[in-house]
Design a protein around this ligand. Structure first.
Ligand code: ACO
Length: 402
């Protein structure tokens, strides 16, 4: 039999904290988050100021390199990325092997992992900094091409190649929406909205996908493999996958007559697995500062694009009903970043299967910054412990005697 006391003497104390609700896994200088007061800063700059004044590439530089770039630094970073938006032609062959209904998150994760095959230098854990920077630029550039191509593949339209002359968001939009028979005009309102959304998703300290990236990277796994693992973690409906689920939920409520109170009651019923998607957060207990900015942006964008979406009204009714219901008040459940983002993506013309991919594009600089920090701090391999609850030692029983 296992001698528990001997085991304890050997291993010392082990704390159990399922879901790591109170366990800090690392020290980090990237993102500051105060869940009680609804504060979110990247490298000391408030998310409100960055969303209002900056653009996604500048914020990506800030997260990855720690400071706002000077103009030459920004131009260099932009060029490094723009020059690497093309993917190897064999990616077309890879893509063609997927069924048209393959979820683009699965394609994204596997294609990002495939970058290791095309850039094998990335496998060297002692790669020089300039080479790491090159791989960072490759990843930032190619993610938009892979994402847009996975959409084109799903709808069976010709793949559109990246245009170096365009800014990051405009290039992505033209790869998504232009086609050989029509000229696609990139709308500055949409570009502005996309920049805001990507900035608001760019980092969120040690969330599930970021912790995954750091944990995988802690074994000295390469950048592309670590980020691919993060994409998979983000895909889950309790994490980034919630933005697709929110729109599906709002559409279902609309199809069912638009009675939001009925769905509030469903969410409160502990015998019903239904949860109000886009509500609640592990850390924010008063409001999610990103949701506040996105809600305002949502009104603005729909107005500027001249779109009247009844789903927005349902979302607002749902929020109002939830925020006055004791169940949600007592549990401090508020709309999170995913609640309104899908409505904007829908207005831009993105299909709902692409919503979590958009989250991944936004979160990429955060994942990269966290992977880089983990590497530079020479953090040890992550290896949580456990408390064993299985059988005590027993003898093997031959199959005929079982
Ligand atoms: N609808 C109804 N009840 C909820 C919801 C919800 N969306 N979220 C939490 N609750 C209830 C739980 O049932 C629980 O109630 P109980 O105390 O009576 O058992 C209580 O609130 C606490 O919830 P937990 O699940 O313990 O909180 P946790 O911090 O583990 O989970 C999470 C946070 C996963 C975000 C959760 O609120 C949820 O499932 N939300 C819906 C999915 C979602 O929107 N995910 C996106 C999160 S943001 C992001 O990843 C970008």
């Amino acid at each position: 039999a296992i001698d528990i006391n001997a085991l304890r003497a050997q291993t010392g104390h082990i704390t159990i904290d399922s879901g790591y609700k109170n366990t800090g896994a690392t020290q980090s200088a990237i993102t500051y988050l105060d869940g009680e007061q609804g504060i979110l800063h990247y490298r000391g700059y408030s998310i409100d100021q960055l969303a209002a004044k900056s653009n996604f590439i500048e914020v990506a530089y800030l997260l990855i390199y720690g400071e706002l770039p000077t103009q030459p630094e920004l131009t260099h970073f932009n060029d490094m990325i723009a020059q690497r938006t093309l993917v190897h032609e064999n990616f077309r062959t890879l893509l063609s092997a997927y069924p048209a209904n393959a979820h683009p998150m699965g394609i994204l994760a596997s294609m990002i992992c495939s970058l290791t095959a095309f850039h094998p230098d990335s496998l060297d854990p002692n790669l020089a900094e300039e080479q790491v920077d090159l791989n960072i630029a490759r990843l930032m550039g190619k993610i938009t091409t892979i994402a847009a191509w996975s959409y084109k593949h799903a709808v069976g339209r010709p793949l559109v190649y990246p245009k170096k002359s365009l800014d990051y968001c405009s290039n992505f939009l033209q790869m998504m929406f232009s086609n050989p028979t029509e000229n696609y005009h990139v709308n500055p309102v949409v570009v502005d909205a996309l920049n805001k959304l990507l900035i608001l998703h760019a980092d969120h300290e040690q969330n599930c996908s970021t912790s995954t990236v750091r944990l995988v990277g802690s074994s000295n796994a390469n950048l592309f493999g670590s980020i691919s693992a993060g994409v998979n973690a983000l895909w889950g409906p309790l994490h980034g996958g919630a933005n697709q689920e929110v729109i599906e939920m709002l559409e279902a409520i609309k199809a069912d007559g638009g009675d939001s109170k009925k769905y509030i009651e469903k969410a409160k019923d502990k015998n019903d697995p239904f949860r109000l998607m886009g509500f609640g957060h592990r850390v924010y207990k008063n409001f999610d500062p990103r949701a506040k900015i996105i809600k305002a942006a949502c009104d603005n964008i729909l107005y500027n694009l001249g779109i009247k979406d009844p789903i927005l009204d349902i979302a607002k009714q749902l929020e109002e009903a939830a925020l006055t219901d004791p169940y949600f008040v007592e549990r401090k459940l508020y709309p999170n970043v995913d609640f309104y983002s899908g409505i904007i993506y829908k207005a831009i013309g993105l299909p709902k299967e692409m919503f979590t991919v958009m989250f991944a594009i936004g979160r990429l600089p955060g994942w990269i910054a966290q992977w880089k920090e983990m590497r530079e701090n020479k953090e040890p391999i992550g290896r949580p412990r456990q408390i064993y609850t299985g059988s005590t030692a027993r003898d093997y029983v031959d199959i005929k005697n079982r």
